[in-house]
Ligand binder design. Sequence first.
Ligand code: FMN
Length: 313
Amino acid sequence: MKTDITDMLGIKYPVIMAPMFLVTNAQMVIEALKADITAAIPALNFRSDSEFRNAISEIKNHSPKPFGVNLIVNKSNYKLKKQLSTCLEMNVGFIITSLGNPEDVISQCKPMGIKVFCDVINSSQAIKVEKLGADAVIAVNSMAGGHTGIIPQKKLVSQLLECVKIPVISAGGISRKDKVEEAINIGAQAVSVGTLFIASNEASVNDNYKNALVEYGAEDIILTRNISGTPLTVINTPYMQKIGNKKSMYSNIINRNSWLKKYFRMIFMLVGIRSLENAANQPTYKTVWVAGPSIEDIHEIKSVKEIVDSLVK
Ligand SMILES: Cc1cc2nc3c(=O)[nH]c(=O)nc-3n(C[C@H](O)[C@H](O)[C@H](O)COP(=O)(O)O)c2cc1C
């Protein structure tokens, strides 16, 4: 399983544990590195810069291997400047950018030798980030959990291979070893796996959330715009059925006015973040559990190591 990405990062298997808001923690990254893959942690998971620094130091104290940090690069992330300067100062292995323009991140990381991988959902975004100097694209396909893509894996990977020269990492729907092999066989240089790792002993979410991943199946995953304003995959719990998955009347009014849109987008994102936090940290009737269709292949809660083994061994 030697690929451009395993060479670039010095890892054994071409697998990245994907960054997951409220789920990924330092312990999961440490376990991923021990299991010979790499991982990325969202900077957004830390309330303060000192918590963020402590987590980076903790991981570095356990392993010299490279790991990444995910930075949300759109306007809703008012902490971006500080998060980026901490990543540069603490010399993380790579950055995964999502939801916006990665230009500033790339231009500041390049001189420091920090690799930048950019989430993309189509060819035009991939061409753009390659021109900006990205080191790889993460092809987020229509099976991905979280802010999903719209194009199926095979079509997306082959479209990107035709238009960019940098490595393509495939994200979405990877839940078994044969799926890792399939992605590599169609030309991806690595896979990025999220949902599967929510059901790990080490994940920072409550047991109800983890058990839901075992109990629900792919047909229970729906797309909603009601949490962050951008389509998000969630489990269709009774609460989600109640609030519906269509855009609310307010968001329709806001979207028609560009001035309102800019300011409300940030507020909407913050409100969404709070409801996700509540659901992830404590059992609540307002259950918003983010997951992708690969929950179909989750049958028990395992350790990170066991999950990695199921993907590569
Ligand atoms: C619970 C959850 C939270 C996520 N949070 C983030 C995030 O904070 N930043 C990000 O770039 N992607 C996030 N994602 C997307 C993942 O990084 C990755 O692209 C996706 O999980 C891959 O698809 P899979 O879930 O089918 O493996 C999240 C996905 C899930 C399931």
